[in-house]
Structures are given as structure tokens and as C-alpha cells.
Write a protein that binds this ligand. Structure first.
Ligand code: ZN
Length: 292
């Protein structure tokens, strides 16, 4: 495969293409986990080869719970991607995090249901560490770029990932506030878990469109206002990503790449051939010799 990229951007709602990308090639990849959300566009951003994948597909046709997240992460891993910057629209659970603010979260609470959240199974058992779900150095670069762009950017915070597609009830929103959570979205999981399994650094630029349903002002929020905020956020996010990519050191100084080192329980010589074949790109990236 000739197309290679070291950084990937997964664009969320409203973010369907990357501007300012040069020397572009578009590739369609098949994976053992089906087709990714859409064609992956690879081009040069700030001197790096960057892959762009619109999370919800061209024309925004895929629900959060329907996303082919294993196919997306597998495809990016096979392209050589070492870092993923995920862009997501979120609601705020805190008064001090206002619409048009950005948050680079450092924790997650999983409120999704029925999504397949691992590449493993089918005869190979692995348990990755996930106490720190985001890559700290990549998150720091993203936060610094957002702050430098004149956006009110919050470093750290807990993100609830809900199943959707309906938004929260008021009681749920108040419950999440009582847990101390900061923002709520629908897509960061299992994306972050799969990226960790694949040895890819993962950080999220969460763009606040509205206060969630807990807020007294919520009743006066219209879809037009939310979409207006979404588009403003995406315009800011594009600039922030360029700055963040330019600031990344060539060599990673984190432990993300070795997430699988001690995580696989099953001796690979006992594992089924089909499972090993499907996972070979990920196992080999982790330095695991795959018996043939
Ligand atoms: Zn990392």
C-alpha cells in the first residue's frame, strides 16, 4: 500500500472535509470489520501526511450507534497512523463551560449500549489498561493549539458518552451533573478503546454546541442556534488542528504504542488462525510475532 499517514483526523458532526490539505489522494479500504465510514482522504497538513475520515460518512448518514468504529480504526492503523485527533460536538454539563468553548477531556464514562468495543474475542483474549483513556501529550498539544487560536479552551474534564440518538432526559442530564461530568457526546467510545488497542494515541477536541437539557436556558435553544454554533466550532477546529499537527514532535514520548505489550492473555500459538489473520496488522504493530 503506497498511501501512508502518521496523523488522522476523525471529523464529527458538521466537519465533513478538511480544508487547506494539499497533495491529496482518496482511498477506499476494505477491512475484516467491514467498510469504514467513508473514503479516507490523505494529504499534507503542516508538513505531515494526515488522513481525514468523516465519522458519520459523506452526507452524514450513519448514527452514532451504527458507526463502523472497528473498521475505521483498523483502516487508520493499516495506513500507519500513530495519532488520532477526534473532533466531536458535545453538550455542556457545567455552567462555566459555555457554547462555543472547547474542551480537551481527560476522562470518559461509558453510557453506550451494545457497541462492540474491542478488536479481540473469537479466541483471543486481551485486557488493555484504560485508566487514562486519552493520550496526555497529544491532548496537551491540542489544548495549547486551541488556546492559541483565541478559543476558550478547557484542559481536562470528564466526558459522558451516551448511546443516543435521542438526547438525554432532564433526569439523566441532572444525574450526569451529580457525577461531576463536564460534557456529553455520543461517539468517543468505543473509538478511544479501539485506538488504544491499536497502539494509536487518541485525543478529543470537544466543541460545545449547547448546554445539555439540565440548563434552564435549554428550552429556548433552537436547532438553528445549535447548527450555527456547530459551524462556528468547525471553522475554529480546522485552524486548531493545523496548529496542533505542526506542533507534534516526530517521535512519541508516551506509552500508547505499547498498550498491547502485556494485555494479551491468550498464547498466540493457541489462537484460531482466522482471528490472528484479522488482527495481524494490530498485533504486528505491537511487536507481537504472529505465527503463520
Ligand atoms: Zn500517546
Amino acid at each position: 500500500m503506497s498511501a501512508r499517514a502518521t496523523v488522522a483526523i476523525i471529523g464529527g458532526s458538521g466537519f465533513y472535509q478538511m480544508d487547506g490539505i494539499e497533495d491529496v489522494e482518496t482511498i477506499e479500504l476494505a477491512t475484516p470489520f467491514g467498510a469504514p465510514s467513508g473514503a479516507i482522504v490523505i494529504g499534507a497538513v503542516a508538513g505531515a501526511r494526515v488522513a481525514f475520515l468523516p465519522r458519520h460518512g459523506a452526507g452524514h448518514r450513519i448514527l452514532p450507534g451504527e458507526l463502523p468504529q472497528r473498521a475505521n480504526i483498523w483502516a487508520l492503523a493499516t495506513l500507519g497512523v500513530e495519532r488520532i485527533i477526534s473532533v466531536s460536538a458535545v453538550g455542556s454539563l457545567k455552567e462555566e463551560i459555555a457554547p462555543l468553548d472547547m474542551v480537551v477531556p481527560d476522562q470518559l464514562i461509558d453510557r453506550t449500549r451494545g457497541r462492540v468495543s474491542t478488536f479481540f474475542g473469537n479466541g483471543i483474549v486481551a485486557h488493555i489498561a484504560f485508566d487514562e483513556p486519552f493520550c496526555a501529550p497529544l491532548s496537551a498539544s491540542l489544548h495549547a493549539a486551541a488556546s492559541g487560536a483565541g478559543v476558550r479552551a478547557h484542559a481536562g474534564g470528564t466526558m459522558i458518552v451516551m448511546e443516543g440518538p435521542a438526547f438525554s432526559t432532564r433526569a439523566e442530564s441532572l444525574l450526569y451533573r451529580s457525577w461531576g461530568a463536564h460534557i456529553i457526546g455520543m461517539t468517543a467510545l468505543p473509538e478511544a478503546k479501539l485506538a488504544r488497542e491499536a497502539g494509536i494515541c487518541y485525543a478529543t477536541l470537544a466543541c460545545v454546541t449547547d448546554y445539555d437539557t439540565w440548563h434552564p436556558a435549554h428550552d429556548s435553544v433552537s436547532a438553528d442556534m445549535i447548527i450555527g454554533n456547530l459551524l462556528k466550532n468547525v471553522a475554529h477546529a480546522r485552524g486548531i488542528i493545523g496548529e496542533a499537527v505542526a506542533s507534534l514532535p516526530a517521535v512519541r514520548a508516551c506509552a500508547c504504542a505499547s498498550a498491547l505489550a502485556d494485555a494479551i492473555i491468550t498464547p498466540l500459538d493457541l489462537a484460531p488462525e482466522g482471528a490472528k489473520r484479522d488482527l495481524a496488522p494490530i498485533l504486528e504493530r505491537a511487536g507481537k510475532a504472529v505465527p503463520r
